[in-house]
Write a protein that binds this ligand. Structure first.
Ligand SMILES: C[S@@+](CC[C@H](N)C(=O)[O-])C[C@H]1O[C@@H](n2cnc3c(N)ncnc32)[C@H](O)[C@@H]1O
Length: 390
């Protein structure tokens, strides 16, 4: 049984897991974890934008009391560490992370000392990594070799009435995301750029796999297409701005060199509200125009103008796209939504998707209103519409 530690927006992460593993395999969901009943090979860490760590549950303690969790985890972890160290020079790396349990950092240190002591008594030496935040971040796990042959990170995760003890199998490699985000040749902060992790979540919500073709009709700097190329999907893009087509080309060239990929891309300068792509468009994954960037709360009138402008564009785009979709098409479209003192202001078209010929896909463990990507300080957020043709 696997347990996934979810990213900053757990609703999006759970929906991504549902789309990737299948809703029926999600056994239970907590505020920062999801238990998934599947083989580790089914969940590819490097393709899951919303999952911070994937771990294997090694035991469940039917208690949330620290005294009980302490003794069971100490004994389990010692046995596990001895098992992996057999036939080696007996130098081990250990990391401990806690999620949701009421524990002080000193109590976690005590556990690490107790484990160290027992291991020392059997002839093993161990270096322990802990964080004052109680959970090690992905960079520390990688840096301290905790997913290597002689390293282990153990997670103590509070469920509703039990504690899961799990061993980390993989963690999100932040450096690789940062490289794609900040080292690609072309960026444009004015049009806005999708974080690569969010692009991955969207591709997974659209169930993009290597045998499918992804169209991004608002391709901008090409982030969606870059992440789709890394999944070995076929890719196609368009944008109304010729400069953006050049940017996407440069970024894909860079990606192909960095990752040794042979990328075949069709790029067109076109208006997404009128262009004809094909008769049978497969997966559409795209972030539409989000309106002008806002760094402060606009007046009601000015916000209404922006909402109306974006609503007209998204309505025309979805109307134009619908007859071109194949019966098996699946789309994930990020549209703008705005935070205001009254709560989120959605595009009116979101309530009329049915009239435009689309089903909005729902999820078993995630409510649709959780499918919003939003940084706490931002006014413009992105609402994800997962759509299939009716
Ligand atoms: C928010 S940006 C997309 C950014 C992109 N996801 C990225 O990561 O770089 C929206 C893009 O839509 C394009 N755009 C605006 N109106 C359009 C239209 N009617 N048809 C096609 N593209 C349009 C803009 O040129 C811009 O590149």
């Amino acid at each position: 049984m696997l347990i996934c530690i979810l990213g900053r927006q757990p609703g999006l992460s759970v929906a991504e897991l549902e789309a990737t593993a299948g809703s029926e395999y999600i056994q239970s969901v907590g505020s920062d974890y999801a238990i998934v009943k599947c083989e580790p090979t089914k969940l590819l860490q490097q393709e899951l934008g919303g999952v911070i760590k994937i771990a294997e549950i090694i035991t469940t303690v039917r208690s949330l009391r620290w005294g009980r969790v302490f003794s069971v985890s100490r004994d389990k972890i010692v046995r596990y560490m001895i098992g992996i160290a057999e036939g080696t020079d007996r130098k081990l790396e250990l990391g401990l992370s806690v999620y949701g349990l009421f524990v002080r950092p000193e109590q976690l240190s005590e556990l690490s000392f107790a484990i160290k002591k027992k291991l020392k008594a059997t002839g093993y030496s161990v270096h322990v990594s802990l964080s004052k935040d109680l959970a090690l971040n992905s960079a520390s796990v990688i840096h301290n070799g905790l997913t290597d042959r002689l390293g282990s990170e153990f997670l103590l995760i509070a469920g509703p009435e039990e504690t899961y003890i799990a061993r980390t199998l993989s963690v999100q490699d932040i450096d690789r995301y940062s490289k794609r985000d900040f080292s690609r040749p072309k960026r444009d902060t004015v049009v806005g750029m999708l974080p690569p992790k969010l692009a991955q979540i969207m591709l997974n919500l659209a169930k993009v796999t290597a045998d499918r073709t992804v169209l991004d009709p608002f391709c901008g700097t090409g982030v969606v297409l870059m992440e789709a190329a890394l999944k070995h999907a076929k890719i196609e893009g368009s944008d109304i701005d010729p400069k953006m087509i050049e940017y996407t080309k440069s970024n894909l060239d860079w990606l192909s060199k960095e990752y040794g990929l042979d990328i075949d891309i069709k790029l067109t300068c076109a208006d997404a509200t009128t262009h004809k792509w094909h008769d049978r468009v497969d997966c559409v994954v795209s972030e539409t125009y989000l309106g002008r960037p806002l760094s402060y709360q606009p007046s009601r009138e000015s916000l209404k103008t922006t909402v109306d402008e974006c609503n007209a564009l998204v309505t025309k785009f979805l109307t134009n796209l619908r007859p071109q979709l194949g019966p098996e098409s699946r789309c994930c479209i990020a549209v703008p939504t705005w935070s205001s003192p009254q709560g989120l202001i959605h595009l009116p078209v979101v309530d009329h998707l049915d009239d435009l010929g689309y089903n909005r896909v729902g999820f078993l463990h995630t409510k649709v209103d959780q499918l919003v990507y939003r940084r706490p300080d931002q006014i413009v957020a992105r609402e994800l519409l997962v759509l299939t043709p009716k």
